[in-house]
Design a protein around this ligand. Sequence first.
Ligand SMILES: Nc1ncnc2c1ncn2[C@@H]1O[C@H](COP(=O)(O)OP(=O)(O)OP(=O)(O)O)[C@@H](O)[C@H]1O
Length: 298
Amino acid sequence: MNAVLQETAKASVSPLSAQGLMHGFDGTKVLDGVNLALTPGSVLGLIGRNGAGKSTLIRALLGLLEPQGGRALVFDEPALKLSDDAKARIAYVPQQPEALAWLTVQQMLDFVGRFYPHWDAEFIRLTLERWKIQPKRLLAKLSPGERQRVDLLRALASQPELLVLDEPAAALDPVARRELLREIALRAGEAGTTVLFSTHIVSDLERVASEVAFLHEGKLLLHCDVDDTKERYGRLWLPAKMSAAAPAQSLSRRRNEDGSLSLVVQRDAHGQWPEAATLTGARVDALGLEDLFVEIAE
Ligand SMILES: Nc1ncnc2c1ncn2[C@@H]1O[C@H](COP(=O)(O)OP(=O)(O)OP(=O)(O)O)[C@@H](O)[C@H]1O
């Protein structure tokens, strides 16, 4: 294959995909057949309640955990058997970075940098200065937020094609969080980096993600463009006397005190709401992302 064809083939391959991922712990199912394919250059925000399995999913996607079923591919290679070339194209920041804690900030960055062909030492120098983190400090003595920032810096300096962040903002103050989101948006926009990040913070997701996926009861729901969610999903309200007309399929169903029903529904392939929505007395309200998650997760 010539160089141009090779580059074209590379660009069309999903940086991260999975089919039928299954996993559980101590007999409890956490992932129940997860299918996913990240679009190159997209920023996917993965959201889900505490314990929904976001970290487990990320670890299985990256081959850091062997799933009990299904398979994951990174740049079209089996995640469990990644080549060094594929590894050099990925950066992953775990929720609680702990590795190499006995080194200083600079020692860790120098050590890790040797494994990456596009390591940006100048970006590190400038950012450490801007963030006022002294390179000689021991990683073990940093606060959780500082430690998380150093690990983010490590990930960004490798100039990855695929950046995976497990709750990157968890320990960050609001200013650092904004800065991180800006950096993610910049990387995706300018360098075409594909980003997957998990979060609890819906406003972060809305600010930077192009796509959203909701991990709920072991499955990915609502995987679509962030801008499409308002158009595609809504709350269908049916008065008590019409509740028998409720569609059998809905993302959530709640009976209100007055007997009326509230359901989260989606448009079909032709853009139509379920038939019950057209009945006189029924109503469909738009839902913001946060309301949508709360309605489904409750
Ligand atoms: N190594 C493990 N051994 C046993 N149970 C585990 C292990 N790892 C995760 N679990 C369990 O699997 C479930 C999913 O955990 P996971 O950390 O993936 O969720 P999460 O969505 O990332 O949660 P959070 O938002 O709180 O970080 C939890 O109930 C957790 O206790």
